[in-house]
Structures are given as C-alpha cells and as structure tokens.
Ligand binder design. Structure first.
Ligand code: 4AD
Ligand code: MG
Length: 481
C-alpha cells in the first residue's frame, strides 16, 4: 500500500482498494466527513468515517489543523461536490491540534491576520494556491531560459558596488558597531572590516551578469535582491527576487522582444499547469471586486487578464510620446495627479505609469528612450534628438494593476562615453575597474533587463499586496519569521 497525494487520488479514474494518505484536517463535519488537504492541490479529499467503528476519544482528536494518517478505499462519491471519496478503514492522529488556539479556523481571515501568522497561512486555500503558482512560475523561468540557450549564473549577494547608483543598500559588516576602528579623520576604517572594504547586499546582479554575457553570450540570474528604500507600498519589498537576463550582441529592440516573449511564455505555462489554482484565485478576486463600486471593478477576470497578455502585443512607446500623452491628458490638465507633468525630462511616477497602461493604452506598455539624467549610469547614450535632448536606450515595461514590472536597457559599450558618465556622476573607476575592462577587451553591443519576480507573481495571482506573494516578506520595521 503506497502513500498517495490528494492530487493523485482526485485525478484517479475508478476505485482503488487500499489507499493510504497523510494530510491536515481542514474540517470534520457531523462526526463523519473529514475534509483532508495535503498541499498537493487546492482541493480537499473527503474521507468518510463510520463513527461506530472508531473510538469516540480518537474522533475527538480529529480537529481542524491536526495531522492525520488515513487508510481506506477510494470509491465513487455518494454525495455532491466531489467525484471520489475515501471510506476510512484506519485513522491515526499523527499530530494533534488545539481547536481553541489554532489560528487558521475554517472561516474567512483578513490578509493582515494571515500575514501575522505567515508560518501557517499556506494552510489556507488562497495562500497555498499563491505559493504553488509562485513555485510553478519559478520553474517556468528556468525552463524558458534553459530551452533558449541561456546559462544560469549565480551572482554574488555580497558586493562592493552599487549597481543602480541609488545608494539604497544594506551594509554588510562584522565590525563592532559600538567601537569600530577609525581613520585619523574620524571615519570608520573599513580596511579592517571582514572584506577589507565597504560591502553591501546586492541591489542587482546586472554588472556581474554583464561580465558573463561577454563570454558565455546569453546568461541570466534569478536570485535575492535587497533594497533599503523606505517605501512602505504594496509593491515594494526590502528583499525580493529578481530575474536578470543579459545577452551579448543584442540591442534594445532585441531586449524588448526577449522580455515580451519571456513573460508570455511563463504566463502560458501557469495557465495550463495551474488551472485549478488560477480558477480558485479568479473566483476569489471576483468576490473581492463585487464589494467595490462598479467603476473600480475590472472588465476582465484574472484568467482573462493573463490570456490577454499572452495573446496581445505589448505596446511600444517612446518616453517623448508618453510625455505628450500625459501632458495633454485629463487628470494632468485638471491637476488630479499629485505630480503634474509640465515638461520633457520629468521622471514618471507610478500614477503616470498607471494612467498610461490602465486608462490610455489598456495593455502592457514598453516605454523606451528615457532622458539620460533620470536613468542609471550604464545605459547606452543615444545621439541627441532633433531638439538636442539626451536620451538613453532604456526600457521599462508597465503592467496594468502593477505599474513597473521590468526595467532594462542596452548597455553603454563605449569606454570613453562610459568613463565620462561615471566621472560626471562621481562613480569610482577604481571600484569598477573590472566593469571598464569589458569595454577595453572585445567590447560589443549588449543588453538585458531585470524583472521583479514578486510583481510577476502578483499579476499572475491577482493578489494586491506584494507581502502576500512571498513566503516571509521583509519590509521596513518587519523581519518576523
Ligand atoms: O528597475 P530596476 O531597479 O532595474 C535594475 O535593477 C537593473 N539593474 C535591471 C537590469 O537591467 N538587469 O529593477 C528591476 C525590477 C523593477 O522593474 C521591479 O519589477 C523590481 O525589479 N523591483 C522591485 N520589486 C520589489 N520590491 C522592490 N523594492 C523593487 N525594486 C525593484
Ligand atoms: Mg526601474
């Protein structure tokens, strides 16, 4: 008698004589029906207990949350709501639960409550579905790159460089915070620190990925990324997972094609692979939206939104075109935006990005060729436009309901131009000597992008808060678990 998962049993045609399975009790109704779940599927299996055959004391221990081992016969169900069920022959309590204190009761809990109980929240339908989808999407990411000739590269977590130049980094040190070694001028002497220099947790694996793209051709990273930005929003984490492909001999147009093809591929994968979880999440979202005023409800269901992205081309729009649209749009003219767009050069805030994708284009949008001075130092400088304005070969992909999903660019491959840019921004050539070497020895056009994995999971699950799509979110003032 081999152990089966609930998923295996529910997909079984016909009856099975001897089955054994283990799981957690979701509910025990009328001293007769155990709804058992083992995490393998959103669905529970019904286990039917004939109470005459079992000790009353044993049945008392079948409470919500208890771990049990059941053996019996898989038969066609007599009742409604399931095709098969188990007629229980033996029942063993593996681990008791305390029905008085067990936090995950068979009722609706708020997401705030479940966040505080994140160690148990995957015992709910919503969170088990979200986390199975997260797992599937990760697999689809590796599958896509593997099938397209990319090498998976592990970039360092501890680094000395600030790839994005934004300075939002967590320091890594083992110096005594109370009594650090000092230089003569009173500053901390990091030469005496563990690595002999100032180090931090990485904000992006891009710079290191570039070095491998310039030898292995096509590479990608998929790993934890850290940002000490104090943004307490529904779309920011201090620790998140980023996917960063980097490709030699590929320009910005190729980069856009890659990003679009990649996202469509991974989303198609989960549409097929996780259909039951998606249907559950789709229903959940529809019920949530029913509580909203008509105007705030979306015209598409979750599955329709995912299919829409898979089936339609992303709209490609230059920053300059976008600024024209935004300058002339109603919310800008009526001063409904918090930040009014007045002239070319303005940095786009999330309210502007969301207007473009949700109100104007109503589809994913790739914005490209941004003003040079609002983007990172490594982006390829364009020839000045007809009005003498400087732009870089940057692209951001904006998604309905999410905003920025992807940030990427063609990289500056010309040594002199890159050095000049670094000088202007006071970025140390000594620190990035190896990055400059790539431009000295066999430099070439190359491009890549970064996709925030949790934002993709948010889109694919319809969850509204990024804290609910990562097992243990790290945000300002919060690192529980
Ligand atoms: O736009 P970003 O900062 O780009 C980079 O880091 C580049 N080095 C990527 C590259 O070209 N290889 O970040 C990329 C993406 C964003 O579009 C967003 O989806 C996500 O990472 N992201 C975050 N996700 C969650 N929490 C945060 N605090 C995030 N910051 C960025
Ligand atoms: Mg960005």
């Amino acid at each position: 008698m081999t152990s089966k998962t609930v998923a295996e049993l529910l997909s079984q045609d016909g009856t099975l004589q001897d089955v054994t399975l283990k799981g957690w009790v979701r509910t025990f109704r009328n001293d007769r029906f155990i709804a058992l779940n083992d995490g393998s599927t959103i669905n529970n299996i019904q286990c039917v207990v004939n109470s005459e055959n079992f000790d009353e004391a044993l049945l008392k221990r079948v409470t919500t949350g208890a771990a049990v081992h059941v053996t019996g016969e898989l038969v066609e169900s007599q009742g409604k709501g399931q095709s098969v069920e188990i007629v229980v022959k033996t029942l063993e309590i593996l681990g008791d639960s305390d029905p008085e204190t067990y936090p995950i009761q068979p009722k609706k809990h708020t997401f705030e409550f479940l966040r505080a109980n994140a160690h148990l929240r995957t015992r709910t339908n919503t969170f088990s579905a979200v986390m199975r989808l997260r797992s599937s999407l990760s697999f689809a990411v590796h599958k896509y790159f593997n099938e397209n000739g990319f090498n998976y590269m592990h970039t360092p977590i501890v680094t000395g460089s600030d790839a994005e130049g934004a300075g939002e980094m967590f320091k890594v040190t083992n110096l005594d915070a109370k009594n650090p070694p000092l230089n003569e001028d009173g500053s901390v002497n990091y030469k005496e620190d563990f690595f002999g220099k100032e180090t931090n947790l990485t904000v992006s694996g891009q710079l290191e990925a570039e070095t491998y793209a310039m030898s292995l051709g096509k590479v990608y990273t998929f790993g934890p990324t850290f940002r000490a930005e104090n943004s307490n929003t529904t779309r920011h984490l201090a620790e998140f997972w980023m996917i960063e492909p980097e490709v030699a001999f590929m320009d910005l147009a190729g980069n856009m094609d890659l990003a679009e093809d990649f996202m469509k591929s991974v989303l198609s994968y989960v549409l097929e692979k996780n259909s039951e979880d998606l249907e559950f999440l789709d229903n959940r979202l529809q019920k949530e939206e029913e509580k909203l005023p008509q105007a705030q409800r979306s015209d598409m269901s979750l599955i329709e939104k995912i299919k829409f992205v898979v089936d339609n081309n992303f709209k490609r729009v230059s920053y300059t075109e976008a600024i024209d649209i935004l300058r002339n749009c109603k919310p800008n003219k009526k001063k409904k935006f918090k930040y009014i767009i007045e002239e070319w050069g303005a940095d786009l805030q999330s309210e502007h990005e969301r207007y473009l994708v949700e109100k104007h284009f109503k589809c994913p949008v790739i914005l490209f060729d941004y003003p040079a001075n609002i983007k990172a130092f490594y982006m390829r400088l364009n020839e000045p436009d007809s009005e003498g304005r400087e732009t870089v070969r940057a692209m951001d992909i904006l998604f309905p309901g999410i905003g920025e999903m992807v940030g990427g660019s063609q990289r500056e491959e010309r040594l002199d131009v890159l050095k000049e840019k670094m000088k202007a921004l006071d970025i140390s050539e000594e620190e990035l000597w190896w990055y400059l070497d790539l431009r000295k020895y066999g430099t070439a056009v190359h491009s890549g992008f970064g996709l925030g994995f949790e934002r993709l999971v948010m889109f694919a699950t319809g969850m509204g808060n990024i804290r609910d799509v990562i097992p243990y979110p790290r945000t300002p003032q919060n690192a529980e678990f």
